[in-house]
Write a protein of this length. Structure first.
Length: 338
C-alpha cells in the first residue's frame, strides 16, 4: 500500500470487497524571472545533488509539486496526477491552460506523451519510507517509471513538516528563476502565519482534546501514523494532541491497520477523516455498513472533520485547511472519547 493508496485501496477494496479558492490567490505570482544560463544544481530530498548544464525550463511535475511551482510563477509543461485534475485538491482550482496532462490515475503516466514535451527536469516529492520519488514508487506501472529516464528527477522530502516542504519548493522555484519576494507570495505567507496563530489559540483553549487521523475501508480501519504525515506533525507542534498509533504496519508505517472488530482501539474526541474519502454523509454511511464504526464514540457523535492527507504543498492551501481545522477544534467536545 502506497501512502496514497489507503484511499486508492478504499476504492479498490470497495469494488472487490488551500488548493486555494477559485480566485486563485496561490497562483499568478508573476512571470518567472530570467533563468541563469550557467550550470544548475539542487539538493534533492534523497540527499543527492541533482545537476544540469543550464537552469531547467521544461519541467514535468507531479500534481502537488506542480501546484507548489505554480504558486511561485513556475509553469510546468506537463503534470501527472493521482486522480482527475478536476478533483485533485492541489489542481482543481488552478488554471492548467497550456499544461499537458500526462496521467490522472496513481501509477499510470503517459511516458510517450511526456517524452514529446522534451523535459529537462522531473519534479516529484521524495518519500523516505519508500525511497522513491512520486510516480516512481513500488506498485507504479513499470512503463510509467520510465519517466525518470527522460530527465533528472528532483523533489523535496516528505519529512517532518509541511512548512519545511513549502519552504523547500520555494527554494527550488528560486533556483529555477522565480521571484520569491513578490507581494503576492508575501501575502500568502502572512495569511498562513495568521492561520497558524489562530490554530494555536484554538488548541490552547482545548488542552485535553485528543484526535485520531483515520481512514475507514471495507476490510480495515487505517489509523495514520503522524511520524510519516508531516501535516499531522505540524498540528502536533502547534498543540493538537494527535494520537500516535501503537503498532504501525512494519512494512508500510504510514498506518496502523485495525480489523473492524478492533475499530474502537482508540477513543479520540475528534476524528480527522482522510480527506480523500471524506464526504458530508460518509460517517453515517460507514456506521450503517460497519456497525463497529460507531463503537468509536467520536464517530457515534458525528465528531469528524476532513483531514488534508498527504497533499499539502503550499502556504495558501495550508492556510485554507488550517482555517477549517481551527473551527473544528473550537467546536469539539474534549469529553467525547471518555
Amino acid at each position: 500500500m502506497q501512502k496514497w493508496r489507503p484511499v486508492l485501496a478504499v476504492a479498490a477494496l470497495s469494488a472487490a470487497l488551500g488548493g486555494l479558492t477559485a480566485c486563485g490567490d496561490d497562483t499568478g505570482a508573476g512571470d518567472t524571472a530570467a533563468a541563469s544560463s550557467g550550470p544548475w544544481s539542487f539538493n534533492d530530498g534523497s540527499g543527492q545533488v541533482v545537476k544540469a548544464d543550464k537552469t531547467p525550463t521544461r519541467i514535468i511535475a507531479h500534481a502537488g509539486e506542480a501546484a507548489a511551482l505554480l504558486s511561485f510563477g513556475i509553469k510546468p509543461v506537463g503534470v501527472y496526477a493521482d486522480e482527475s485534475v478536476k478533483t485533485d485538491p492541489n489542481l482543481k482550482n488552478l488554471d492548467l491552460t497550456g499544461i499537458e496532462i500526462l496521467g490522472e490515475e496513481w501509477g499510470k503516466i503517459d511516458v510517450e506523451k511526456a517524452a514529446a514535451l522534451r523535459p529537462d527536469l522531473i519534479v516529484g516529492d521524495w518519500w523516505p519510507a519508500e525511497k522513491a520519488h512520486s510516480g516512481m514508487e513500488e506498485g507504479v506501472d513499470e512503463k510509467s517509471k520510465k519517466l525518470a529516464e527522460l530527465a533528472p528527477v528532483v523533489g523535496i522530502a516528505q519529512g517532518k513538516s509541511i512548512v519545511a516542504l513549502a519552504e523547500g519548493y520555494e527554494d527550488l522555484a528560486e533556483s529555477l528563476g522565480a521571484d520569491v519576494d513578490s507581494p503576492q507570495i508575501a501575502a500568502n505567507k502572512k495569511r498562513f502565519e495568521e492561520a497558524v496563530s489562530a490554530f494555536k489559540a484554538a488548541t490552547s483553549g482545548k488542552p485535553d482534546l485528543t484526535v485520531a487521523a483515520m481512514s475507514p475501508a471495507t476490510e480495515k480501519v487505517y489509523v495514520a501514523n503522524p511520524e510519516y504525515a508531516p501535516e499531522l506533525l505540524d498540528l502536533q507542534t502547534w498543540g493538537l494532541k494527535v494520537i500516535n498509533p501503537a503498532s504501525p504496519d512494519p512494512a508500510f508505517p504510514y498506518w496502523e491497520n485495525l480489523s473492524w472488530e478492533n475499530a474502537d482501539k482508540y477513543q479520540p474526541d475528534l476524528i480527522l477523516w482522510d480527506g480523500r474519502s471524506f464526504t458530508p454523509t460518509a460517517n453515517a454511511e460507514w456506521g450503517t455498513k460497519q456497525p463497529t464504526w460507531f463503537k468509536i464514540k467520536a464517530a457515534k457523535a458525528g465528531a469528524t472533520v476532513s483531514w488534508p492527507a498527504f497533499w499539502l504543498h503550499t502556504y495558501g492551501d495550508f492556510a485554507n485547511e488550517l482555517g477549517k481545522l481551527t473551527e473544528a477544534v473550537k467546536a469539539a467536545d474534549p469529553n467525547v472519547g471518555n
